[in-house]
Ligand binder design. Structure first.
Ligand code: ADP
Length: 438
């Protein structure tokens, strides 16, 4: 029991006993005790009233009181001050966050769990045309109605940002990035992407133009080098070696230019999907023949193909992706190596797997293999004629088909490269069903 409470009880008992004693002297002990009890009741009621009045009128200072009541008032007062300080600090932090968000050049929009607008900064008004306060509480998908945005917003998987034309300014491109927080609340960040897009377009155009411009001089050089090679035996041995090296390097440059042009086409053009599902079996068989020619029949290449399994996609691009993987398996493994190519499907989609029992790749390289010009072994790459762009092309082709490339490898065991295509692209041939290319 708290000390003050015990003291108060003692005080009450003392006064009641005293009243009883005095009352006994005058023959009215009960009446005296009752009067004293009523006095205490009145005192407690008065203090209770003061407390409620103080609370109701939010006065600064608590009422004056002694004993247990004084203690109650002081404690309440301290608690109240503490809460007020705390609230003030929070309000200050909130104001600062809002001020700094207002100062941002990027748009910030807070959206609640129902998808309705809660708060946004000035930049969001400028970029998206939101109006304050009339748009508050409106569903974001009513204000940004573009199906691409609605789909992105409702999909709830926000790893990648969405890049789309501005809803209010023609020629302006915006990047939208949604982040989930709290209980299904969302923060939408919007930034002007026009300049970045222009720079990206300039970069793509530059690479495409340079590659294109290099094509003609390279063709002339390669043509003459080939003609000279036909008469190489009439040249001194020193020149013959130089000629061989020049031919090798010009072939490499031609491959490089071709790969750069392929990549820039993948970046700039729209995917041309076949009307009929593609016959991957025939495609793989022709890739196998080319790969065997590349290897000089030194490798064992086996095909394990699901004949019913076809996909909708770009034949040219899938040929480029699949052949890159099979040619790599030939280029980067020694003669006599087993290479298995498997085309199958499961509940996730269709898969093209190229497994080789070659030297494998150190795990530290795996995450960077699809970067442009990344090569594990520079020396060996130049001897195999690699450009370092092959896997970048495969990755791009997969992305354009909503698929992905996965790489598994272990040094000394071999490598496994798999192209995964989504289930939506699959077509399983029914018995008796035929297509034009059969
Ligand atoms: P490149 O056009 O030079 O072949 P890629 O992008 O296709 O470039 O491949 C990048 C690197 O990955 C290559 O330099 C090579 O070291 C490594 N690599 C690719 N495939 C294999 C494989 N099957 N086995 C071992 N290494 C491989």
């Amino acid at each position: 029991m708290p000390f003050l409470f015990r003291k108060e009880i003692k005080k009450l008992v003392f006064w009641l006993l005293l009243a009883a004693g005095v009352g006994w002297l005058v023959d009215y002990p009960l009446v005296a005790t009752l009067i004293m009890a009523l006095f205490f009741l009145g005192y407690y009621l008065k203090q209770l009233y003061s407390l409620l009045y103080w609370q109701a009128h939010s006065q600064e200072e608590p009422p004056e009181a002694s004993g247990v009541w004084g203690e109650v008032f002081d404690n309440l007062y301290t608690y109240q001050r503490h809460q007020q300080d705390h609230q003030q600090r929070l309000r200050h932090i909130l104001d600062r966050i809002q001020d700094s968000s207002q100062a941002l050049k990027d748009g910030v929009v807070m959206i609640d769990a129902r998808g309705e607008l809660e708060w946004w900064n000035y930049a969001a008004e400028d970029l998206l045309g939101l109006r304050s306060p009339s748009d508050k509480g409106s569903p974001i998908t009513h204000l940004l109605r573009e199906p691409k945005f609605v789909d992105y917003f409702e999909r709830k998987s926000y790893q990648e940002p969405l890049i789309m034309p501005s809803p209010i300014v023609e020629g302006r491109t915006l990047e939208y990035q949604v982040t989930l927080f709290g209980e299904n609340d969302r923060l939408l960040l919007v930034r002007d992407f026009t300049r970045m897009q222009r720079l990206e377009r300039m970069r793509q155009d530059f690479i495409a133009n340079v590659s294109h411009e290099l094509r003609t001089p390279l063709t002339v050089l390669s043509g003459y080098l080939e003609t000279f090679s036909d008469h190489a035996d009439t040249l001194p041995p020193k020149w013959q070696r130089g000629l061989t090296l020049m031919r090798q390097q010009s072939t490499r440059m031609e491959h490089l230019v071709e790969d750069l042009l392929t990549l820039s086409r993948l970046e700039t053009s729209d995917l041309e999907v076949s009307v009929d599902p593609l016959n991957i079996e025939a495609l793989l068989e022709s890739i196998r023949q080319d790969a065997l020619a590349l290897s000089g029949n030194e490798h064992h290449i086996t095909l394990d193909v699901d004949r019913q399994l076809r996909v909708y996609g770009s034949e040219k691009e899938l040929r480029s992706a699949f052949s890159n993987l099979v040619y790599n398996a030939v280029k980067y493994t020694g003669p006599g190596t087993e290479i298995q190519v498997r085309w199958y499907h499961d509940r996730a989609g269709a898969h093209l797997e190229v497994v080789d029992a070659g030297p494998g790749i150190d795990p530290k390289h795996l995450s960077r293999l699809t970067e442009r010009f990344y090569r594990v072994d520079q020396g060996r790459a130049s001897s195999t004629g690699g450009t370092g762009l092959g896997l970048a092309i495969v990755k791009h082709v997969m992305l354009r088909h909503q698929g992905r490339l996965s790489i598994n490898s272990e040094v000394g065991q071999g490598s496994c490269f798999t192209c995964h295509l989504p289930i939506t692209r699959i077509h399983l041939v029914a018995p008796g069903e035929t297509f034009d290319d059969d």
